[in-house]
Design a protein around this ligand. Structure first.
Ligand code: BG6
Length: 476
């Protein structure tokens, strides 16, 4: 028993959090570049504060990030040394289409990723490519209002056609939008949306979400046409909700919170707007404008597998003001008194991963892929850059055990597991470097100081052994 023989062990990164090289080789500016660290970050990522370019008062960590743009060979060699079977990375849209609406792509951008995929191939590493991990060219934000415009569907389609053809035979696994539900919680960072006085925010978000859903269906269609070997997944910021008490109202609140997340995946996996969503939109006065043929597209081109990030379970209640809140993946939740928390307040719940996997597998009956999981922590390296990160090993071991239980004991079909930030990178939520997830330490701090030198942490050898034993040996 245990994990399938071809189980895809690996790690995950996102272009804007690791590449840097924000203006190199013709790359255009993107929404994710102009998100600063500090107190303005949250207003900017939520679209409340307009930030369309750099200014002198802020520090923008994505500009250089960990400079993977110039270190990728060295980094992939380290992934290979750990025995990675897969490497999840995302494409910077504005590297390939600097403005987003050009007809012809930027060859230097295409070549950059092609070299990466060739390098992966050399080591037998299967790339898992997120087409957009939050990024949107700034030109599309300024000229079209980003995903609020239907025209984005066509620009995204153009991007997909180019990359599916160019990388045919090099890439087989694709994710259309990272954490598609993030559009509701971090609309500027997640989809380039910002709001003006008088905007009906919910209306804008759901209309933009519809455009992304249609774009995702079109991408799936083209991916299958270009190469029937292609496997396309949706991607959800997951984490099941527990009712705070057995009070029926709390249970119902949990269902409703859950639906807000499932909505996107219901459309991408089942191919239609669920009845509960249509009713909810009707009640809120949200009218999603659909074009002729949209419903058919959604129905005909559903995803092949369900991928998701999991950091924590969540808690639902009808009395939020009475209860302590805790931080989580972008949005806060009610604190679960039975769980420990990370240094950033994210609650640690390995069994919650098994519960989440079962919920998703029961609901969709399609293979699952865990494409993000991990512990963001402060690491203290010695003079050689070595970090004894037993706390990270402990977190990951518990989660791998829980996913093994879901596979072995519950029969969930799991394709693979990529830990988040396998090499230290910039935090999406806070912009910090100090919040580290990696097996590989990168010498860089929150203010951009450091040599960028890479060094192995204790967890590096641990994960290598986990992969070598296909998840059998989780001991330290
Ligand atoms: C997910 C994102 O939300 O969580 C990643 O897909 C992000 O981009 C990760 O980095 C961890 O969140 P944070 O805020 O700790 O970086």
């Amino acid at each position: 028993m245990g994990f399938r023989k071809d189980f895809l062990w690996g790690g995950a990164t996102a272009a804007n959090q690791c590449e840097g090289g924000y203006n190199e080789d013709g790359r255009g500016l993107a929404n994710v570049d102009v998100v600063p660290i500090g107190e303005d970050r949250f207003p900017v990522i939520t679209g409340q504060k307009k930030m369309f370019d750099f200014d002198d008062e802020h520090f923008y960590p994505a500009k250089e990030a960990i400079d993977m743009y110039h270190h990728w060979k060295e980094d992939i060699a380290l992934f290979a040394e750990m025995g990675f079977k897969t490497y999840r990375l995302s494409l910077a849209w504005s590297r390939i289409f600097p403005n987003g609406d050009e007809k012809e792509p930027n060859e230097a951008g295409l070549k950059f990723y092609e070299d990466i995929f060739e390098e992966c191939k050399k080591y037998g590493i299967e790339p898992l490519v997120t087409i957009t991990h939050f990024d949107c060219p700034m030109h599309l934000v300024e000229k079209y209002g980003a995903w609020r415009s239907r025209e984005l569907v066509g620009f995204y389609e153009n991007l997909c056609r180019v990359i599916f053809n160019r990388y045919k035979g090099l890439v087989k696994y694709w994710l259309t939008f990272n954490e598609i539900n993030m559009i509701l919680h971090a609309p500027f960072m997640g989809a380039g949306l910002y709001f003006e006085e008088g905007d009906n925010v919910e209306q804008v978000k759901y209309q933009a979400a519809h455009h992304e859903l249609v774009a995702s269906a079109i991408a799936t269609k083209i991916a299958h046409e270009v190469d029937p070997e292609n496997q396309v997944g949706c991607m959800l910021a997951a984490g099941s909700y527990y009712p705070y008490t057995p009070k029926p109202e709390d249970v119902w609140a949990g269902r409703q919170d859950e639906r807000e997340n499932y909505f996107f995946i219901d459309v991408q996996s089942r191919g239609e707007y669920p009845a509960y969503a249509l009713k909810e939109m009707e009640r809120k006065g949200i009218e999603v404008v659909m074009e002729e043929g949209d419903k058919e597209l959604l129905k005909a081109h559903t995803v092949d597998f369900i991928s998701f990030s999991y950091y924590s379970s969540r808690v639902a209640t009808t009395d939020p003001e009475l209860l302590e809140q805790t931080a989580g993946n972008i949005f806060a939740s009610v604190k679960n008194p039975y769980l420990e928390s990370s240094e950033w307040g994210w609650q640690i719940d390995p069994l919650g991963l098994r519960i989440t996997m079962n919920d998703l597998y029961d609901r969709y009956q399609k293979p699952l892929f865990i494409v993000e999981n991990g512990l963001g922590a402060v690491d203290t390296p010695d003079e050689k850059g070595y970090v004894a990160d037993d706390y990270r090993i402990d977190y990951l071991a518990q989660h791998v055990q829980a996913m093994r239980d879901a596979v072995d004991l519950d029969g969930v079909d799991l394709l693979g597991y990529t830990t988040w930030g396998c090499i230290d990178l910039v935090s999406a939520g806070t912009g910090e470097m100090k919040k580290r997830y990696g097996f590989i330490y990168v010498d860089r701090d929150n203010d951009g100081n450091g040599s960028l030198k890479r060094s192995k942490k204790k967890s590096f050898d641990w994960y290598k052994k986990v992969i070598a034993t296909n998840g059998e040996d989780l001991s330290i």
